[in-house]
Ligand binder design. Structure first.
Ligand code: LMR
Length: 328
């Protein structure tokens, strides 16, 4: 009986997770690190999977692994080059060992909001960035949006000097390291899946992230509060191995590309709503959100914006100029 129950449990798990993969279909593993639902990336990945499963039935199916269940972002790109996973959507902060251009999106106060990010990415310069890693074997398919980043810490952050001396978890990006150093804080690069524990145990004092991640990973529960700085951008690149992608039958590749593009347009248009729902959910769960006056926010701008100059060569002065033109 125990064996039968175990077998049933295993079957149920397998059936629930990947109900649509039939024998003979090409399996596309899509690995990511955030929540699977109520999150811009989780929703988009699942919509892509559902549409492939339905519209390419018999040919291909997608297995989505959310919440770092398959890989952390620091492992996934190597795994992709080995052919162990076919798709992922790491944040643009996580490609630094492959290209410097995405540092543009990490520069503090570079984009005023997500529509400005969208406009930049849809420009010729933005679209060209998707192929910036071809020589390293990675093909960018689409940019997926999440939202603007906010700071949180184990004490109130109102002015930049409040961050001085605190340890902040950052994504593995030299730009984000420099941003925290500009504040006199101590940056600690760390995998996303480790952040909650590090905040809870005091290994770090604070972090920066979107409303959807701060809510979805429950960071707000182990922080004093969140300060609405909107100081940076969290955006993703859906990426695949160039070898795998180029080796697909042309009609299969075209169909995957069309579905991916339609999902991108649909879900990118909805991210502000998803982020706002997470912001509201934090308030409803008793989280503290601090808004800044224009003068207080300007103090953060004055301290952080000088890091742009350090990274101009890597990200391109033309790209900075275009981003600023779009913001205007
Ligand atoms: C992070 O590491 O904070 C984010 O890149 C996680 C994500 O994918 O949203």
């Amino acid at each position: 009986l125990a064996t039968a129950a175990t077998a049933l449990a295993l079957t149920t798990t397998a059936t629930t997770a990947f109900a649509a993969c039939d024998a003979g279909e090409m399996v596309i593993k899509f690995s990511h690190v955030t929540n699977g639902d109520k999150h811009p990336k989780g929703i988009a990945a699942q919509l892509f999977a559902d549409r492939v499963d339905e519209e390419m039935d018999g040919t291909a199916c997608v297995e989505v692994y959310p919440n770092s269940t398959l890989y952390n972002d620091d492992q996934v790109l190597e795994a992709m080059l080995q052919g162990d996973v076919q798709m992922a959507a790491p944040s643009l902060s996580k490609f630094e060992t492959f290209t410097k251009v995405f540092g543009l999106f990490d520069l503090p106060f570079m984009f005023k909001n997500m529509p400005a990010v969208d406009e930049f990415q849809n420009s010729e310069a933005g679209q060209a960035m998707k192929s910036s890693m071809e020589r390293r074997g990675l093909t960018g398919l689409e940019f997926w949006h999440s939202g603007m980043k906010q700071f949180s810490a184990n004490k109130p952050l109102i002015l930049p000097e409040d961050a001085r001396g605190l340890k902040f978890r950052v994504q593995p990006s030299d730009v984000l390291v420099a941003q925290m150093q500009a504040l006199g804080a101590s940056p600690q690069p760390m995998a996303f899946s480790e952040v909650y524990g590090a905040l809870q145990t005091g290994v770090v004092d604070g972090q920066e992230n979107t409303w959807s991640n701060t809510y979805g990973q429950k960071f707000f529960e182990v922080q004093d509060g969140i300060t609405e700085t909107n100081h940076g951008v969290l955006d993703y690149l859906v990426v695949t191995s160039s070898d795998w992608w180029d080796g697909l039958e042309p009609e299969v590749r075209d169909q995957l590309q069309t579905i991916m593009h339609e999902v991108t347009v649909e879900r990118n248009a909805a991210v502000e709503e998803v982020e706002a729902e997470s912001r509201q959910a934090i308030l409803e769960a008793g989280g503290e959100i601090r808004e800044l006056t224009d003068e207080q926010r300007q103090a953060w701008v004055d301290v952080m914006k000088p890091v742009w100059a350090q990274f101009e060569d890597g990200v391109g002065a033309d790209n900075i100029a275009l981003a600023q033109e779009i913001n205007a």
